[in-house]
Design a protein around this ligand. Structure first.
Ligand code: PNS
Length: 213
C-alpha cells in the first residue's frame, strides 16, 4: 500500500521552517490518497517490450513491410511469426519458404526476428515472453475480424495487449490473396511486393503443372 500525503505549504503553516522537514510538519501532513499495492505497479521502464506480429504472410507484401517498419520503431524487439498450422486454403508457399522470404527482406532490421508458430497464439506469445501482439488495420472492413481476434486473445490471456497500426494509405488495398490473383492473371505487381518476392512468385507460378494436377 502507498500513502500519498500533502505537506502544508510554508505560507499556510506557521510551523513550516527551513529544511530538514521538522517533526511538526510531518505530523501536520494530511493523507490524500491510499493506492492499493496492485494499482501502484507502474510498468518498469527498464524492461524491454517484445511484440509479435503474427500472420500468414503468403507472401509478404509491401503493406506488411510498412507495418513491420513502424513496429520496429515502437518496440524493443519485434518477432514476425508465420502461422504454420494453416486451416484455411492451403498456402502457396510452405512455412519455411515464407520465413525465407521474410528474412530476405528484413535483414536490415536488427531488432526484428523471423519465426513461426503453430497452435494458440497466446501460448506462443507466453513462450516468447511477448507482451504485445501487433496487427494492422487497412480499412474498416478489417476491423470486425481483428476485433474478434483481439477480444478472444484478451479473454484467453488478459495481460497480452493487441496494438493496431495503420499502414501507409498507399498500401490500404493490398492483400496477399489479391497479389497472387493479379500476378497469376498477368497483372503487374512490382509496386506491391519486394522484388525478391516477385521473383519467387514468377518461379512458383510459371512451373509447369504436374500430370494429373
Ligand atoms: O495473416 P492472417 O491470416 O490474417 O493471420 C491470422 C492469425 C495468424 C493472426 C490467426 O489466424 C491466429 O492467430 N492463428 C493462431 C491460432 C489462434 O490462436 N487462434 C485464436 C485467435 S483468436
Amino acid at each position: 500500500m502507498v500513502l500519498i500525503v500533502s505537506l502544508p505549504d510554508a505560507s499556510e503553516d506557521p510551523c513550516f521552517g527551513p529544511f530538514p522537514i521538522s517533526t511538526s510538519v510531518a505530523i501536520s501532513a494530511k493523507i490524500v490518497t491510499i493506492i492499493p499495492e496492485s494499482e501502484n505497479r507502474l510498468p518498469s521502464k527498464s524492461r524491454s517490450v517484445v511484440a509479435i506480429y503474427p500472420g500468414s504472410f503468403d507472401p509478404i507484401t509491401n503493406g506488411h513491410l510498412d507495418l513491420i517498419e513502424r513496429g520496429s520503431r515502437l518496440f524493443d524487439r519485434l518477432i514476425v511469426s508465420v502461422l504454420r498450422n494453416e486451416t484455411k486454403a492451403p498456402p502457396l508457399f510452405s512455412a519455411s519458404e515464407r520465413m525465407e522470404m521474410l528474412r530476405e527482406v528484413l535483414q536490415d532490421y536488427p531488432n526484428v526476428e523471423v519465426d513461426s508458430f503453430a497452435g494458440l497464439l497466446v501460448d506462443y506469445a507466453a513462450a516468447r515472453s511477448a507482451t504485445v501482439l501487433l496487427r494492422g488495420i487497412r480499412a474498416i472492413s478489417d476491423y470486425e475480424y481483428e476485433l474478434q481476434m483481439a477480444l478472444m486473445n484478451r479473454r484467453l490471456q488478459p495481460k497480452l495487449e493487441t496494438v493496431f497500426l495503420l499502414p501507409n494509405e498507399a498500401y490500404s488495398f493490398i492483400s496477399s490473396r489479391l497479389v497472387k490473383e493479379v500476378f497469376a492473371l498477368g497483372g503487374n505487381i512490382s509496386p506491391l511486393v519486394p522484388a525478391s518476392v516477385e521473383a519467387r512468385l514468377q518461379r512458383r507460378l510459371s512451373k509447369p503443372k504436374r500430370k494429373g494436377a
